[in-house]
Design a protein around this ligand. Sequence first.
Ligand code: ADP
Ligand code: MG
Length: 312
Amino acid sequence: VTEFELIARWFTPPPGAGVLLGVGDDAALLAPRAGEVLAAATDTLVEGIHFPSGSPPRSIGHRALAVNLSDLAAMGAEPRWALLALTLPALDERWLDGFAAGFAELAARSGCALVGGDTTRGPLAVTVTVLGAVPAGGALRRAGARVGDALCVSGTLGDGAGGLRAAQGDLPPGAASDALRARFELPEPRLALGRALRGVAHACIDVSDGLVADLGHLLSASGVGATVEVDALPTSDALRAVCAAQARELALTGGDDYELAFACAPEALAALGAAGVALTRIGTVEAAPGLRLVDGAGRPVTVARGGHDHFA
Ligand code: ADP
Ligand code: MG
């Protein structure tokens, strides 16, 4: 199998909407719709850094796209197109079957067409670039949270970090570990919620590096602070079953959850019920800068570490 046969066999999808020219030329030609702007994001997954060596190929294909779609969700954008830069140590047909299936399944149900990429040989790494559409002026940003806003998160927190431990064999085997592992290996980008938050949320971010770190970005971009009640953080039954002692710490600082954290008027929350994922109010935006963590009795809570920094 040559490089070009590889592209033709695994990475030449059916043409997508707005694709004037897809895989096969020097660049793709894409036609955005009138009145929309494009949100562009890219993220790399490196074996041994972003996923354990030997992860299931389907998971790697899914995650490489999912982490990028999560950034589009956080902007309120609708996925349109993706580019895939793949560095492979060897041409393993079974691995490529799994990887391409994981990528294509999520791409198809997200309305995201693969329109190009690059294929090279080297240590396993996957870079995906996504382009999403959002009505002009309608994108969500990290900046914009207002004093008095409710701070909210979708889904449950800490499962990604718990799932990584499960994938590494660090948790007792069983249904709870399997559920956590699936949350790490096959995260679900909150695209419907992101779109529902357009015109409702004043600021939004996806939780990829841990709630404390990511909320910190939202608050500093907005020039505000907040108090968050740690006993209000949503955690899953699975996490509490196998990581009881660390559940709170993982919910605060664990990465890889790909939930959305956002600020909105408290009375706007009730109207957001239909986005298909549970929403939990965890705190309130305040004028004083910084993130203050308190327990149910209002006592300050400290955390051991902030978010992930590759160069720290
Ligand atoms: P060039 O040398 O002009 O950059 P390439 O030979 O790298 O082009 O790629 C040929 C075509 O295949 C291009 O359209 C490119 O976008 C596409 N392509 C290459 N690798 C991938 C991949 N992994 N997934 C999707 N498309 C790919
Ligand atoms: Mg070329």
